[in-house]
Design a protein. Structure first.
Length: 109
């Protein structure tokens, strides 16, 4: 199983990544989707899920630091960044919270 083939197969099953899909929380449909993908790729459903989780995490990390071309930022280094760009409509960046207390501005009196 190649990563590219896995990405292509997952793209065909929106219920695996689109939270607005009516089958997104249907465990039976999800299991069937992974079983179908595994059969097509001659692998196991568990291996496909494990590999997809790694690819998705790498894509999300790369997307977080990616700056669009022309803005002086780095270009993505993730091999399958473009192939996984279909996820961009479904990935929402959360606001990060630091563990530092907010600072108050000093006022001069």
């Amino acid at each position: 199983m190649s990563d590219g083939e896995l990405i292509d197969q997952v793209r065909l099953f929106p219920l695996l990544y689109d939270k607005s899909n009516i089958f997104y929380k249907d465990h039976l449909a999800i299991t069937n989707a992974w079983d179908t993908i595994a059969m097509i790729l001659n692998s196991t459903a568990q291996e496909c899920q494990r590999r997809w989780a790694i690819l998705r995490a790498r894509y999300n990390a790369e997307r977080k630091k990616y700056t669009p071309a022309g803005s002086g930022g780095d270009t993505p280094t993730c091999t399958y960044f473009e192939a996984m760009s279909f996820l961009s409509d479904f990935v929402v960046q959360r606001r990060s919270k630091g563990n530092m207390a907010p600072t108050q501005k000093a006022t001069s009196s």
